[in-house]
Design a protein around this ligand. Structure first.
Ligand code: ATP
Length: 365
């Protein structure tokens, strides 16, 4: 069992800067938690507090049932993997992996067994006699992971471990770390600024901004039901389209009206809207690029736009549109041919639209 609980955790740096504000999170055993957010949002600070590398200013940190605020990093039963791998250049791969165990005075036989086991899991048995400078970036990353695995920790902490790898290797290592998590059945806490990494790896994603949790949920919920405009815009690529609009009631129906068009809310959403007293308010309409369909500019009804740029990506094309001054992106199959300056009609998947309060930026449904 390896539960980690952060209760009202706060970090104020000596210069007075509040990097993490009233952070509450229960990390369950065997979860793969990803802390994600833009640079400076406090994710590394949070991870370093769990590791014991940064003092906790206020609040309580528990590993299992034990409060560990004042427990030294080496006694916390955690292992951390860093972005720069932090390998000892003068030691062989074997010695790098064995180092922590030697410090803990484990027997030679036990060390050998654990290092060989970890090397086997990671496919680096043939590299054990090499020095770090004789390794590729991906191999170094595996050694850094190996050094954590041999410790058999209760919790793995990883701070942007893939950011020094090229794009292709990053995708490969992403899958390997996910497999490692399944195989080790241990709790992982992983920090990244990359929303794709978060979506693909996390069993639960914690989106942070300015030291505050914006939403903590499984990847699908975060993607389909973002709690606010920030989460909606941060998760997903290309990002969600946002249009300033107003919510207007016409007879029984509620319309989201904006420059260049309007959409009618489906019944269930309209009901939630009324219950929350949002009718007549200024709102922001959100729609993901894959939910904006394009069709030929026919008929008189509907939303019209002009194509500004097309970005073909093989199977699909990103189409950048201008709808009366609003910039929108649509993701279409590449066999739908469209050219710059074409006028097209836009269709929104109405059951996929999001509406945010313009002032609080919170999702209305
Ligand atoms: P990145 O992705 O860039 O690493 P992050 O989300 O991990 O960002 P942190 O490294 O946790 O962010 O930093 C959070 C905030 O705290 C930043 O604004 C940073 O400038 C500030 N900060 C970090 N360390 C210190 C320090 N020792 N003293 C003062 N402020 C600090």
């Amino acid at each position: 069992m390896a539960r980690v609980r952060l209760k009202n955790i706060k970090k104020v740096y000596p210069n007075g800067f509040e990097a993490v504000k009233d952070f509450n999170l229960d990390i369950e055993d065997k979860e793969f938690i990803v802390l994600v957010g833009p640079s400076g949002c406090g994710k590394s600070t949070t991870l370093r507090m769990i590791a014991g590398l940064e003092e906790i200013s206020e609040g309580e940190l528990y590993i299992e049932e034990k409060m560990v605020n004042d427990i030294a990093p080496k006694d916390r039963d955690i292992a951390m993997v860093f972005q720069n791998y932090a390998l000892y250049p003068h030691m062989t791969v074997y010695d790098n992996m064995a180092f922590g165990l030697k410090l803990r005075k484990r027997s030679k036989e036990e060390i050998k067994e654990r290092v060989f086991n970890a090397a086997k899991i990671l496919g680096i048995e043939h590299l054990l006699d090499r020095k770090p400078k004789q390794l590729s970036g991906g191999q170094r990353q595996r050694v850094a992971l190996g050094r954590a695995i041999v410790r058999n920790p209760k919790v793995f902490l990883m701070d942007e471990p893939l950011s020094n790898l090229d794009a292709k290797l990053r995708v490969q290592m992403r899958a390997e770390i996910s497999k490692l998590h399944q195989r080790l059945e241990t709790t992982f806490v992983y920090v990244t600024h990359d929303q794709t990494e978060a979506l693909t790896m996390g069993t639960r994603i914690v989106v942070m901004k300015d030291g505050v949790i914006q939403q903590a949920a499984d990847p699908q919920t975060i993607y389909e039901h973002p709690a606010n405009r920030f989460v909606a815009g941060f998760i997903g690529s290309p990002p969600m389209n946002f249009i300033d609009a107003a919510a207007v009631q016409e007879k029984e129906d509620i319309y989201i009206v904006f420059k260049g068009g309007k959409v009618k809310l489906p019944k269930a959403k309209a009901k939630r809207f009324q219950e929350k007293g949002q009718v007549g308010k200024q709102v922001v309409l959100g729609i993901r690029p894959e939910h904006v369909n394009l069709c030929a500019d026919e008929g008189s009804e509907g939303i019209r736009g002009r194509v500004e740029v097309t970005e073909p990506l093989g199977a699909e094309t990103y189409v950048y549109l201008n709808v009366e001054g609003n910039n929108l992106i649509s993701r279409v199959y590449s066999d739908w041919k469209v050219g710059v300056n074409d006028r097209v009609k836009l269709e929104f998947h109405l059951d996929k639209i999001h509406v945010f309060d313009q002032e609080s930026e919170k999702a209305i449904f």
